[in-house]
Design a protein around this ligand. Sequence first.
Ligand code: FES
Length: 331
Amino acid sequence: MTGSDAAAPVLSEVDSDTFTLEVTARRLVGCDIVVLELASPDGTALPPWQPGAHLEVNLPAVDGDVMLRQYSLCGDPLQADVYRIAVLALADGRGGSSYILDNVHPGTTVRVRGPRNHFPLEDAPSYAFVAGGIGITPILAMARATAAAGKPWKAVYLARDSQRLAFGDELMALGPDATMWTDEEHGRFDLAGFVDDLPAGTHLYACGPGPMLDALEALHSPDSTWQLHLERFAAITVDTSCDVPFEVVVKSSGTSLTVPPDCSILSVLRKHGIQMEYSCSEGVCGTCETDVLEGIPDHRDAVLSPEEQEANETMMVCVSRARTPRLVLDI
Ligand code: FES
């Protein structure tokens, strides 16, 4: 999820499984990143989390609604009484980061939900990490856990300039296997060279701007001896010009609904009074993941891995559609 709020719209409903945290510290890192520490107001331990997890933060929107924003946890999972998130100040963001910059200070309370993890660190003999900009947030927690476990790893942290290497000191403190690289100082990083000598069985985790992740995807093939895991914070662009209607069946009631070409499954379900958990509506947060009982989805999300998409057991109903005339969903 990182700390970017570029792909998160407003939601008018707030789930009941949220809880309150208080901001205990705030600092500006680099030129455009605000790091927040959050703790329970009564000092109790927080729900545990694993590297790759994110926290969903509810923020007030101008029109009285609630903005839901997902931020990767970038602290230490062993520290049970505090969460740390980093928020990127985006000039073209949709309000979440600017709200935090202007209104969230030590003592402020916020409603949150989670942590949830759609980017888990799988067991592997060795690891490689590629972080671009604010994409360092999940990667930092992963690299820290890998280093602590004594597994072989290497990491590169890419940014336009050194002002944007917000957690460079923390990453470098993990050992000599971490590299910081700025376009300004060194020019474009050689991703092909980085993946070229990965030991067989390595799992590579990457988070950052779309072009960086696309480049890694292009370097990976079914014959690769390493596995690729990506976390995107922007929706995938899809050609929708050939979209056709299809039928969705709600398993619990047997209700059959038609999803027109210009509507999402999520919007059709909601229009018919079927309550679904959702947040980003762009296929990047994983909140609307739904089990598929029959039919083959046309996956358009940035959450499920290629293997998960191929399994067709779940789908993100906010963006994905159907390859078959009918889908039966476990709702
Ligand atoms: S609501 Fe975020 S993936 Fe569907």
